[in-house]
Design a protein around this ligand. Structure first.
Ligand SMILES: NC(=O)c1ccc[n+]([C@@H]2O[C@H](COP(=O)([O-])OP(=O)(O)OC[C@H]3O[C@@H](n4cnc5c(N)ncnc54)[C@H](OP(=O)(O)O)[C@@H]3O)[C@@H](O)[C@H]2O)c1
Length: 344
C-alpha cells in the first residue's frame, strides 16, 4: 500500500488536495504533518483513518523520517518559501529510496516568482505585455536569480531531483492567484482576491496599486488539485517519463487573467448590486508600502504583473482546468467575505 506524506492539510490548497485524494484513493496510508490541536481534531473528525504526525516545518528530523518512509510527498505548507523543510524532504528522499522504489515529490510553489520583473523595475500597477510560457520560456524562468520570490526553494527542489533522478522524482506545481472555495477540513479560504473583497466590503473603498493596470493570471483551486491528481496518478503508476519529473518539471497553473483594477471595480459593483455595499465608492490609489499597511502582504500582489501560460501541464499531462472562471466565482467570494465579516 502506498504511503503518502502531506504537509499543509489544514490549509487551503493542501486541504483541497487531501479531500480529493481520499475520495479517489481511500485505501492509501495518509500521514499528515499538522501542528495545531484544533486542526488535528477537525481533520480526524472528517477523516478518522489518516495518521496525524504532530509537528512543525521546523522539525527537520520529522520531515526527513516521513519522507524517507513515504512513496509520495505532497508538500504544500509554506512550501514555496520554507527552505529547511525542502532540504529535510530532499534528505529523506535519499535515505531509503531505491530506483525500484523512488520518492515522488509534488511541491507547491507559486507564480509570485514572476513578480521579479516589476520588482526589479520598481514599477507597480502598470500593464505589461509579457507572458511567461512554462514550455517556451522554461530556461528563462528557471534561471531567475535567487532574489526572485520563491526561487531559492524552487532551486533546492529542482536540484535535488536533478542530482538524484533514479531515486527522487520532483515536480513543482506553481499556481497563480488561486480562488474558489476549498473543500478541505479546516481552512477553505484563499488569499489575494479574498483580502481585496474584505477590504472593499469593510471600508467601502476601491483599492488600486498605482494606476491599477497590472495583470495577473488566476486559477480555481479545483484546477490546482486536478493538476496534483495528474501527477499523483503518474507517481502511483511510476510513470517515469523524464519530462514529467526533474530539472524542467516546473508547472505553472493558470486558467485565466484579470486586471487588478478591474477586479476591484467589479467586486464593488457586484457587492452594491447585492445590497452589501452603498454608493459612492471612493477609489484609493496606493503605493506598495501603503497597500501592505492597509491590507497586509497579500495586497502587494495587486500591483504586480504575473502573466503566464500553463503549457507544460496541458501538453504533457493533458491537464485541463476544472473550476469556474474568476468572474463567475466573484459573487460567491463576495458573499463568503461578507458572511465572515458579520461573524468577526
Ligand atoms: N493561495 C494562493 O493563492 C497561492 C498561490 C500561489 C502559491 N501559493 C502557495 O501555496 C502554499 C500553500 O498555500 P495555501 O493558500 O494553501 O496556504 P494556507 O491556507 O495558509 O495553508 C498553509 C498550511 O501550511 C501550514 N503551515 C504553515 N506554516 C507551517 C509550519 N511552520 N509548520 C507546519 N505547518 C505549517 C498551515 O498550518 P496551520 O493550519 O497550522 O496554520 C496550513 O496547513 C504556500 O506556499 C503558498 O505560498 C498559494
Amino acid at each position: 500500500m502506498k504511503t503518502v506524506f502531506i504537509t499543509g492539510a489544514s490549509g487551503y490548497i493542501g486541504g483541497d488536495i487531501l479531500t480529493e485524494l481520499i475520495e479517489k484513493y481511500p485505501v492509501y496510508n495518509y500521514r499528515l504533518l499538522v501542528r495545531g490541536e484544533r486542526s488535528k481534531a477537525e481533520i480526524k473528525s472528517v477523516y478518522p483513518s489518516v495518521s496525524i504526525v504532530c509537528g512543525d516545518l521546523n522539525d527537520s528530523d520529522i520531515l526527513t523520517e516521513e519522507s524517507a518512509g513515504a512513496d509520495i510527498v505532497i508538500h504544500t505548507a509554506d512550501a514555496a518559501d520554507h527552505l529547511s523543510a525542502a532540504q529535510a524532504i530532499a534528505k529523506g528522499a535519499l535515505k531509503m529510496h531505491t530506483p525500484d522504489r523512488p520518492l515522488y515529490w509534488l511541491h507547491t510553489s507559486g507564480a509570485g516568482l514572476l513578480s521579479f520583473y516589476d520588482e526589479e523595475a520598481k514599477v507597480y500597477g502598470e500593464r505589461s505585455s509579457r507572458i511567461h510560457d512554462d514550455v517556451k520560456d522554461i530556461d528563462e524562468i528557471l534561471s531567475l536569480p535567487d532574489r526572485a520570490f520563491h526561487r531559492v526553494v524552487d532551486k533546492t527542489v529542482l536540484h535535488a531531483g536533478a542530482e538524484n533522478p533514479a531515486v527522487l522524482k520532483t515536480a513543482i506545481i506553481s499556481p497563480t492567484t488561486v480562488y474558489g472555495t476549498g473543500r478541505g477540513p479546516c481552512s477553505q479560504r484563499s488569499r489575494q482576491i479574498y483580502e481585496m473583497a474584505k477590504f472593499i466590503l469593510k471600508e467601502n473603498k476601491i483599492p488600486v496599486v498605482g494606476r491599477g493596470q497590472s495583470i495577473g493570471s488566476n486559477v480555481h483551486v479545483r484546477s490546482v488539485t486536478r493538476l496534483n491528481m495528474h501527477l499523483f496518478e503518474a507517481a502511483i503508476q511510476q510513470r517515469d517519463e523524464n519530462l514529467f519529473w526533474g530539472s524542467n518539471a516546473y508547472y505553472l497553473v493558470e486558467q485565466g487573467e484579470h486586471c487588478w483594477g478591474d477586479v476591484a471595480n467589479s467586486i464593488a459593483q457586484k457587492a452594491t448590486e447585492e445590497g452589501l455595499l452603498s454608493e459612492p465608492h471612493e477609489r484609493i490609489e496606493l503605493d506598495m508600502k501603503s497597500a501592505y499597511k492597509l491590507a497586509g502582504f497579500e495586497a502587494t500582489s495587486w500591483g504586480y504583473n504575473m502573466r503566464c501560460r500553463a503549457s507544460r501541464a496541458r501538453s504533457l499531462l493533458g491537464w485541463q482546468p476544472s473550476g469556474l472562471s474568476l468572474d463567475d466565482e466573484l459573487p460567491q467570494i463576495i458573499r463568503e467575505e461578507y458572511n465572515r465579516l458579520q461573524q468577526d
